[in-house]
Unconditional design. Sequence first.
Length: 407
Amino acid sequence: MIKNLIINCREKYNTYYKNVYFRAIVISLIAFFCLRIFTSSVLIIENFLPGPSSPYSGITQETLSGLEQQSVYSRLFVAPWYRWDTARYLEIADFGYDFNLINTVWPPLYPFLIKIFSFVFQPSTFAAILVANIFFIAGLFLTFLITKSLFNEDTAKQTIFFMSIFPTSFYFLAGYSESIFLTLSVGVFLLIGKKKWLWAGLLSALAALTRVQGIILVVPIFIELIRDYYKDKNLKQLIIHSFSCVYAPFAYGLFSLYVFFGLRVDWPWNMLSTYWDQHFGLPWEGIYFTLLSILGKNIHIDYTPNLVKIVNILLSLFSIYILIAIRKKIPLSLSIYSWTMLILVMGKIDYNNTLISTARYLLTIFPIFMGMSMVLKNRIIKTVYFSISMLLQTILLIFFFWFVWVA
């Protein structure tokens, strides 16, 4: 009887596996659970070492202690993720922007989702992690589909593999907005491919309410609209569908107006500069000054480890190489979007003019991982990359747990 049940289950599985969506979700779940098990294992080991101390008042020791004392599960699987930006998102979700007005640099979609989930799932830190994890699975699923549509299934599988082993991929599982932004941005390109302009515009608006870089999604929408016009020569449809390019800047504009006139504080981009000591510069400026910083030429005090600075530089240069290598293999709109995002990522610098959070921001430029699957085909090279990447991810995750600034 058991044997027949196993045979029936296997037959049903094989039947379902013929469906591309089923294969996509299976591969996405496998990648998710592998990364989840790996990161949890590292953090569990860290839990048995002396506890880290919170480096600044934004993350209170009281909240962290409460998570550690609530239950064994909370101490091992929730408290280790209560770090850095996660605390900011939770402050917004639990108390609103009025609680700490310098939090207005973070758009509201992710805190809103945390608030919704926290009605059922407590503590809110767990809700934040749950939201991020669900969207990470969705992001992997959509990335698989779009890569398969552009190339083939083997490339799609390899893309998921490289996305999951990237040195900072643990941020997809943390209480950060990377997984949400990945899902929304990939979703926009899938909808563009199906000429669902309205829905593409709406998703781009949600992306802009997740991270300001979501506004850049209007660029590929506009490019594909123009290309579509040159095929059909339908000016009326071009004008109508062009409104989809307005949604993202309109959504972020409404949020900015709420901050400036509703909360009566400075614009979010000015707040980023005034209170967080971050601004935008030329892409090579960050690399140059980061190199000087590694050599001890800092103008201001800097607590970022040199290893993180080196990783930021190397991954930036590697990403440039990948995008150059695949420039003729991906659609023009996808290529321009990737380069624009990369310039913005490398252009975000701190008070020392050094790269900041570059290794994390690269996570959402999904064509980079498509490129890796096409460039890193040699088994030896792939093995070397896997070994180095996982070693770096382990070290950076330990840094993250110990409140050392990673990204």
